[in-house]
Design a protein around this ligand. Structure first.
Ligand code: DOR
Ligand code: ZN
Length: 348
């Protein structure tokens, strides 16, 4: 069996939730990544440095395996966010970034931002102190087709925001379109984006063709195949501006399999196997490490990890990981609908 070694990855966009779900899912990430940007859309959201510190402690306590996994905490931006609290949290090493959810764009985004001007003082302080802004880039206008909401966001919100704050570090999260890839690659050094495994592997047929498939429903929704191909092509260009953010977003199956089911794909259990397969299929296994382990730390101004992740290449296709069981019910893992010959052997 062949192995492939890379610098241990990080996950620059992860939902761990809280309580029983947190305790059940953390190992699916800590088994392959050393640090993760932890999304703050809990109920209620993580809006202050004090909230972030309390949540960080709960995550550390849930890591019973003592894996050494480091959560990087994020504040949920609201129109009431205090710039001084953001700066103090960042300077104290508690807060790594701030997340902008347009109000109503996705799961638990009701406390998000309606009027961008209301948060300009926070963004001004973040630009001054080099604090990254992470953006869920979709407009919420019900008149805009859901397949166009990311592209419209770039034109209507992101480009004007960038003009207002030219040196603000911005990560456009979980990009799904050719327009987003083009924008990020052509924007300057203060602009980057995360890409999820699922948006690199599935298109909209996954949840719409042959019956409605809630386990493939996430936000932003996966687009048509040409967009998936554009994301893969952008990734293979090795620009240094795209890095791994899984957006692994666990929901209990009973919350997804509903007339109005939750958005989110739980991919943490097979992220690295899927990505190794994708890069191998494109004859660029050599570029896996940069995407998963180098470009993210470089943008955030952090050192790369010192440990190594060992991946195994099997001769036969490997089974899709089981669902994870929690005290609240089962969470089904992502099935990429393709043969995967890779698995994680461990961290050295
Ligand atoms: O699919 C998604 N799930 N997209 C998001 O933006 C939020 C996330 C969640 O929290 O479940
Ligand atoms: Zn997310």
């Amino acid at each position: 069996m062949k192995t492939h070694r890379i610098i241990c990855p990080d996950d620059w966009h992860l939902h761990l939730r809280d309580g029983a779900v947190l305790r059940a899912v953390i190992e699916a990430s800590s088994s392959w990544c050393r640090r993760a940007i932890i999304m703050p859309n809990l109920v209620p959201p993580v809006t202050s440095t004090a909230d972030a510190e309390a949540y960080r402690q709960r995550i550390k306590a849930a890591d019973t395996a003592g894996s050494g996994f480091t959560p990087l905490m994020v504040l949920y931006l609201t129109e009431q966010t205090d710039p001084a609290d953001v700066v103090a949290g960042f300077q104290a090493g508690i807060v790594t970034a701030v997340k902008l959810y347009p109000a109503g764009a996705t799961t638990n985004s009701a406390s998000g931002v309606r009027d961008m001007r209301a948060v300009w003082p926070v963004l001004e302080a973040m630009q001054t102190h080099n604090i990254p802004l992470l953006i869920h880039g979709e407009v919420t206008d019900p008149e805009i087709d859901i397949f166009d909401r990311e592209a419209v966001f770039i034109d209507k919100v992101l480009i004007p925001l960038r003009a207002q704050f030219p040196k603000l570090k911005i990560v456009l999260e979980h990009i799904t379109t050719a327009q987003a890839a083009d924008y990020v690659l052509s924007a300057g050094e203060y602009q980057a984006a995360t890409v999820t495994p699922h948006h690199l592997l599935i298109n909209r047929n996954a949840y719409l063709a042959g019956g409605i498939k809630p386990h493939y429903y996430c936000l932003p929704v996966a687009k048509r195949e040409t967009h998936r191909q554009a994301l893969v092509a952008a990734l293979m260009k090795d620009s240094g501006k795209l890095f791994l953010g899984t957006d692994s977003a666990p929901h209990i199956d009973s919350a997804k399999l509903q007339p109005c089911g939750c958005a989110g794909i739980f991919n943490a259990p097979n992220t690295m196997a899927c990505l190794a397969q994708l890069f191998e299929n494109h004859h660029h296994l050599d570029r896996l490490e940069a995407f998963c382990s180098r470009y993210g730390p470089a943008f955030y101004g952090l050192d790369v990890n010192t440990q190594t992740l060992v991946l195994s290449r099997h001769d036969t296709a490997q089974p899709v990981p089981e669902a994870v069981m929690t005290d609240e019910g089962q969470i089904t893992a992502f099935d990429p609908q393709m043969d995967i010959y890779w698995s994680v052997a461990g961290i050295e």
